[in-house]
Design a protein around this ligand. Structure first.
Ligand SMILES: Cc1cc2nc3c(=O)[nH]c(=O)nc-3n(C[C@H](O)[C@H](O)[C@H](O)COP(=O)(O)OP(=O)(O)OC[C@H]3O[C@@H](n4cnc5c(N)ncnc54)[C@H](O)[C@@H]3O)c2cc1C
Length: 391
């Protein structure tokens, strides 16, 4: 098999890249180790930045998102039983975010790719990337019990944090920057209409809580829990009680409860692999970086990476210049580090560190007070939340 761009992984990064290349008449092959049902059901991100929404529309895959997604113009911060709305649109000159689940983004992209796109092979596991620094890199893979070789002009590793592509960059050329937080998020999906029409970020002395949603009928809620927590340790009743405590306000707001349909624990970590390019191998999305969930930046960063790659390749095709491809890593990393900074700030603003001193707690409250009192501080939050600029 031979193709221009070999893509490893059919998460949002790999699927969107295949679509952007198809729209530019550049052929690609996507190899995905799991089956279609797994990719379409895996519960993860749900918040799309303005730039991501625009890219999906321009790529011709925004129809259902525009019909079924929920546009949000603000978020609410809660602390000391007080509520403060951050008016994202007013503070950013009209930007907003869209609540539309990653599962739905993937379903839309898969449906379009299978109907009118290059090959998308499920249950096709990439085993290794070889020859990254030659003109003809190859992906060795296993599909249907047989091993094969995909020859490419370029390989893009969109295979997530546990993928194989990152390992093709020699350790001596790699640098990893990491931070593991001493807490995790216990996330639930519940068949109950959301108790507020915008996302609520709550700082509480017992720990952080987030109220969000998937649709007008399905709520998505999270609780800060100690790292290493097993979701099975928490009964449904204990989860609702703890959410109610941490989200409580001084007014008559109440939390609606309903049947919990999914429960999982996600660790909180920051991780950046530099560089994001080695010869003709390019890393994109979670394969190169992880952000803690607080900033909702992971999927949005993945979109930024593949847009940067697609634009650079199109530029090379049109002008013969490979300079943008060569600058891929530096270009992406500038945005990645801004997202890491934003996610770190949101995380430390809202979570209770197990070793926090009374001084730390007062500082955290002072940061929140400042946010609610200063338009400049609020505008900075709104700017980062709705989306960091792309080059
Ligand atoms: C609970 C949770 C909530 C989140 N909320 C948000 C949010 O609100 N907003 C946001 O922006 N981000 C959020 N994120 C992060 C976001 O989900 C990820 O950043 C996003 O999935 C990254 O996309 P990706 O395509 O890079 O990687 P992935 O989605 O991990 O996809 C990688 C794909 O590669 C496949 N693969 C792996 N190895 C191989 C191999 N050897 N061969 C072939 N295929 C392979 C995998 O099966 C997978 O399908 C959340 C994450 C979690 C866990």
């Amino acid at each position: 098999m031979r193709t221009t761009v070999g893509i490893i992984g059919a998460g949002p990064a790999g699927l969107l890249l295949a679509r952007l290349l198809h729209n530019a008449d550049i052929d690609s092959v996507v190899l995905e180790c799991r089956d279609r049902g797994y990719v379409e059901r895996r519960q993860r991100a749900g918040l799309l930045e303005q730039g991501t929404v625009d890219v999906l529309r321009t790529a011709g895959v925004g129809g259902r998102m525009d019909r079924e997604g929920l546009r949000h113009d603000g978020i609410e911060l809660r602390f000391a039983r007080r509520r403060h709305r951050v008016d994202l649109s007013a503070l950013t000159g009209g930007s907003s975010v869209m609540v539309y689940a990653q599962t739905e983004v993937c379903k839309d992209l898969i449906e379009l790719q299978l109907r009118q796109g290059g090959p998308l092979l499920f249950e096709a596991e990439a085993l290794a990337v070889e020859g990254a620094t030659t003109d003809r890199p190859v992906i060795r893979f296993r599909h249907g019990g047989r091993e094969g070789v995909l020859e490419c002009d370029y390989v893009v590793g969109c295979d997530g944090f546990r993928g194989v592509s990152r390992t093709a960059i020699p350790a001596g050329l790699s640098r990893v920057f990491e931070r593991t937080y001493p807490f995790a998020w216990l996330g639930i999906l519940a068949d109950v209409p959301p108790s507020h029409d915008e996302l609520v970020y709550a700082r509480h002395e017992r720990g952080f809580a987030l109220l969000s949603m998937r649709s007008p009928a399905v709520s998505r809620l999270y609780l800060q829990v100690p790292a290493g927590t097993d979701a099975g340790e928490w009964s449904d009743e204990a989860i609702w009680d703890e959410l109610a405590r941490r989200l409580e306000t001084a007014d008559d707001w109440t939390l609606a409860r309903g049947p919990i349909t999914a429960k999982s624990v996600t660790p909180m970590r920051s991780h950046v692999h530099e560089p994001m390019r080695h010869g003709r191998l390019f890393l994109a999305g979670d394969a190169a970086h992880i952000v803690p969930l607080t900033g909702a930046k992971g999927l949005n960063l993945a979109v930024g990476d593949v847009v940067t790659f697609a634009r650079a390749l199109i530029h090379q095709r049109r002008t013969g210049s490979g300079e943008r491809l060569e600058a891929y890593s530096e270009t992406c990393l500038r945005r990645v580090w801004q997202a890491e900074r934003f996610s770190y700030e949101m995380t430390t603003l809202l979570h209770r560190a197990p070793d926090a001193t009374p001084f730390d707690e007062r500082i955290q409250l002072a940061r929140l007070e400042r946010l609610t009192a200063s338009r400049a501080a609020e505008a900075d939050l709104a700017d980062g939340y709705t989306g960091l600029p792309w080059e």
